[in-house]
Design a protein around this ligand. Structure first.
Ligand code: ATP
Length: 230
């Protein structure tokens, strides 16, 4: 579904990606793992057209995305849930959910999102800024489901969340997987990634240095330790 080849990206003169190569098949949940500053978020932002200076190829369902405006990329069927969550803090939960346009058949209604996230239903009139970190994350995920995008990029969805909420986010990702969504996940929480992903790409200095399937992690424990220090 997504094929990234020789992707390089720069912030001004500073090169952050140095030839990223990876792919994600339809229905897979795939992670990008790596130490701080490795280039994971930059990869997602580049796919979404949010990093201007880049070269290489980003093919989504056979269509080249490199150079397209981010609004047109969104209309191709990808959605990004950013690390900072970026919900509107002065709007209510309900207002946040009503904002995204339904771009594709299959986009969830506000009621369907609230059914999927009961915490959001009970806080529907609360201001976005008054939500807990976990509720904000659920709102950020719920919001991208409104559009009908089938390829979701989740940037550190468990960051700063209590273990019980991390478990809930895990259940949400597994539910989305069974509903046929394709997910690219950036995670610092390696243990969490092993509970939801089919495959893991390891990123170092803006490049993929290895790919290990979830089933083969144990057999490659030494490598994983070397790559991540875990
Ligand atoms: P983290 O887990 O810490 O977010 P990451 O793997 O997602 O790490 P990136 O955020 O993609 O890493 O950063 C890759 C490199 O690009 C780092 O050297 C970082 O300092 C740099 N960088 C990231 N964002 C910017 C920016 N807006 N301007 C300049 N440099 C940036």
């Amino acid at each position: 579904m997504l094929e990234v080849n020789d992707l390089c990206a720069w912030y001004d003169e500073s090169q952050a990606l140095h030839g990223m190569e990876f792919n994600v098949g339809e229905g897979e949940v795939v992670s990008l793992l790596g130490r701080n500053g490795a280039g994971k978020s930059t990869t997602m932002k580049s796919i979404m057209g949010l990093v201007k200076k880049k070269t290489g190829r980003i093919r989504f369902c056979g269509k080249e995305l490199l150079g397209l405006r981010s609004d047109l990329i969104a209309k191709s069927g990808l959605a990004l849930c950013p690390e900072e969550r970026a919900i509107f803090s002065t709007l209510t939960v309900s207002e946040n959910l009503h904002l995204p346009p339904k771009l594709f058949a299959g986009g969830l209604s506000v009621d369907e999102v609230e059914d999927m996230f009961p915490n959001l239903k009970s806080r529907s009139q609360a201001g976005g800024g008054r939500l807990s970190g976990g509720e904000q994350q659920m709102l950020a995920i719920g919001r991208i489901l409104r559009t009908g995008a089938r390829f979701l990029m989740l940037d550190e969805p468990t960051e700063g969340l209590a273990p019980v909420i991390v478990q809930q986010i895990g259940e949400i990702i597994r539910t989305l997987r069974t509903k046929g969504y394709t997910i690219l996940l950036v995670e610092q929480n390696f243990r969490f990634a092993t509970t939801v992903c089919d495959r893991h790409y390891f990123v170092e200095h803006g490049k993929i240095i290895d790919m290990i399937s979830n089933a083969a992690l144990q057999a490659n424990a030494q490598k994983v330790h070397r790559y991540l220090g875990v």
